[in-house]
Design a protein around this ligand. Structure first.
Ligand code: DGL
Length: 291
């Protein structure tokens, strides 16, 4: 049974999916959300492998369903979507799922030079789903793809610092510089990259670093707003969109982490202006015992 007053579940390997939660809150102000950051197991995308990510995804979906009776689940993680969305659909056919994929299509449409850069995790870029996505939308375009090992992890860790993502966050700056220069030349002349896909939800939080490196005219494209619109469509389709004034829990946010509570609280305050009491630390059953 699906109730419109039930919360929407959102999860990511860590705090990256908060960038999607920002867009969800904006698009769906009457919904309540429960967010789970699997920071105790992040990053997913550097070396975890598909089996591990599938086990975590399944365990988390199960947990959010059991504990919060979520009416839909947003997988706010490109890596987990690539590795696990099909498995989860097969395992929980009655749970409406919304996945996140690198914004290849909008980037291909908006690039003038025909050269598009893509930054994503190793897990995402080596997935069959990603290869298919490029093949579907890549006609006449050249994609320059970079697996950004270490970047999501550095962003996770930066939230534990007093000034997250400040210019002093040297590792993040160094990684952004290394990976953007590995992609090629950015600009608007023939052969130059004029659009960059942020293919990991964590990278949205280093947009300013990328902007500083690439200049003001390069398009930086993420999927937060599109995913939020898709979530609205799905909720409408299943007749579970919360109406204004309906239910007491309206617009409520509850954020959980399997890692550091202080880091989640810091990220929640900084990016969503949420108080510390909206966050808690949880234990999600280990993959081996997950249903
Ligand atoms: N935020 C995730 C993504 O969108 C994954 C980062 C990671 O854990 O490697 O891909």
């Amino acid at each position: 049974m699906i109730f419109s007053t039930s919360p929407v579940g959102v999860f990511d390997s860590g705090i990256g999916g908060l960038s999607v939660l920002q867009a969800l809150r904006h698009e769906l102000p009457h919904e309540s959300f429960v967010y789970l950051a699997d920071s105790g197991n992040a990053p997913y995308g550097d070396a975890r492998g598909d089996v591990f990510v599938q086990q975590r995804t399944r365990a988390i979906a199960h947990y959010l369903r059991e504990q919060y009776a979520i009416k839909a689940l947003v997988i706010a993680c490109n890596t987990a979507t690539a590795a696990a969305v099909e498995m989860l659909r097969a395992h929980m056919p009655d749970l409406p799922l919304i996945g996140v994929e690198p914004a290849i299509k909008p980037a291909a449409l908006s690039s003038q030079t025909g050269h598009v850069g893509v930054m994503a995790t190793r897990g995402t870029v080596s997935s069959a789903r990603f290869t298919k996505l490029l093949a579907m939308h890549g006609g006449g375009r050249q994609f320059h793809v970079q697996a950004c090992d270490g970047l999501a992890k550095a962003i996770e860790q930066s939230t534990e610092e007093p000034e997250p993502l400040s210019p002093e966050t040297t590792e993040i700056r160094a990684l952004c510089a290394r990976y953007t220069s590995a992609l090629g030349h950015f600009g608007h002349k023939t052969g130059e990259i004029d659009a960059l896909v942020l293919g990991c939800t964590h990278y949205v939080f280093v947009r300013e670093h990328l902007r500083a490196l690439l200049g003001p005219d390069i398009q930086l494209i993420d999927t937060g707003a599109a995913v939020a619109r898709q979530t609205r469509r799905v909720l409408l389709q299943i007749q579970a969109l919360a109406a204004e004034g309906e239910g007491k829990a309206q617009g409520r946010m509850h954020l959980m982490t399997t890692g550091s509570l202080a880091a989640l609280q810091s990220a929640a305050r900084r990016w969503l202006e949420l108080p510390a009491q909206d966050c808690s630390a949880v234990v999600v059953p280990e993959p081996a015992v997950a249903a």
